[in-house]
Design a protein around this ligand. Structure first.
Ligand code: NAD
Ligand code: UDP
Length: 338
């Protein structure tokens, strides 16, 4: 029997790659997105790449009435919840917008799922919930903490999901803690399309490579890492997309709530990534070491053992593929989807 999955935020960066993979795996996919940080063009391309059709609903996860109608009209088996805002700096300036979009949005979605009797959810959490980890690599039982409203919104939703599960064990909940998603579909047709000046490292480097920005500012050269620059666990977005398929399969096998790290288990520094990108694009890229960015941690990488054991999932792609695919997307779409 074909499963039908509602993907909130499915037009976004991770959502579009996941929709593509879900269609390839034979799922029927309904996308709910308000396009506040994405373009419908991403979904057009997902359909042309797969030769399959998505149902696309323009709407907001905070619109409870629209959600009830959606669940009444469609027999939905599971929900993958990406919809939300994700810029740390913006969350500090506009905390209410973040709590409304992310936390209230999740409450409204869960209420509609509850009324409709839909109990299977995959939730986009983040490695940001680990704060500044006391040791590395990070396992799922590490203490959680966070320093900004974005991170707190993710932690609040995680706590809310735990309370929900305690109240009713028929819920089936996978909390996926992503490390640093990068890269693009190997076709170069879908990828990350940040609005304005990119906050994240890889899109910034890609814009330096394509000539849109002069140089990369490296935030901090005095961390306790092999070259002094910050270390992260970069994960290819196609591996992440596969992780969602595996989490949906896990939900059909198991009953319960669990959090999983989705990372590679390897840490790379800012300069490692810059040099990997230089190899991918065949150019030397300008950079300057500047002050640390407030709130950044020195090093962060996953222990992905639990996901390997429980989800049968493992990241397959390395930094060279991440940079080559990000570069292909950037070159073919120098101005993103516009
Ligand atoms: P994105 O901004 O590209 O995608 C989010 C999508 O949700 C967009 O299409 C946006 O239009 C939509 N959206 C936002 N608010 C909505 C609302 N109220 N109703 C309906 N649609 C709404 O972000 P992404 O990078 O694809 O991230 C997806 C999820 O993963 C987010 O929840 C994010 O917090 C989480 N996450 C992302 C990263 C990362 O580095 N990209 C890391 C960890 C966790
Ligand atoms: N970074 C940087 N310059 C930039 C953007 C990011 O040096 O313009 C560094 C940042 O300090 C961190 C790493 O790159 O060490 C990854 O940052 P990103 O914002 O992509 O992800 P984060 O791990 O902070 O969520």
């Amino acid at each position: 029997m074909t499963s039908t999955v509602l993907v909130t935020g499915g037009a976004g960066y991770i959502g579009s790659h996941t929709c593509l993979r879900l269609l390839e795996c034979g799922y029927r996919v309904i996308v709910l997105d308000n396009f506040s940080n994405s373009s419908p063009e991403a979904l057009n391309r997902v359909q042309s790449l797969t030769g399959k059709t998505l149902e696309i609903i323009t709407g907001d996860v905070n619109d409870g009435a629209a959600l009830n109608t959606l669940f009444a009209r469609h027999q939905i088996d599971a929900v993958v919840h990406f919809a939300g805002l994700k810029a740390v700096g913006e969350s500090v300036a506009e905390p209410l917008m973040y709590y409304h979009n992310n936390v209230s949005g999740a409450v409204s979605l869960l209420q509609a799922m509850q009324s409709a009797g839909v109990r299977d959810l995959v939730f986009s959490s983040s490695a940001t919930v680990y704060g500044d980890p006391a040791s590395l690599p990070i396992t799922e039982d590490f203490p959680t903490s966070t320093t900004n409203p974005y991170g707190r919104s993710k932690l609040m939703i995680e706590e809310m999901l735990r309370d929900l599960y305690r109240s009713d064990a028929s819920w089936n909940l996978a909390l996926l803690r992503y490390f640093n998603p990068v890269g693009a579909h190997p076709s170069g047709q879908i990828g990350e399309d940040p609005a304005g000046i990119p906050n994240n490292l890889l899109p910034y480097i890609a814009q330096v490579a394509v000539g849109r920005r002069e140089h990369l500012s490296v935030f901090g050269g005095d961390y306790e890492t092999h070259d002094g620059t910050g270390v992260r666990d970069y994960i290819h977005v196609m591996d992440l997309a596969e992780g969602h398929v595996k989490a949906l399969q896990w939900l059909t096998r198991k009953q319960g709530l669990a959090a999983f790290n989705l990372g590679t288990g390897s840490g790379y520094s800012v300069l490692d990534m810059l040099h990997a990108f230089e190899r991918a694009c065949g150019k030397t890229l300008a950079y300057q070491i500047v002050d640390r960015r407030p709130g950044d941690v020195g090093s962060c990488y996953a222990d992905p053992t639990l996901a390997a054991r429980e989800l049968d999932w493992k990241a397959e792609r390395g930094v060279n593929a991440m940079c080559a695919d990000a570069w292909r997307w950037q070159q073919q779409n120098p101005n993103g989807y516009n």
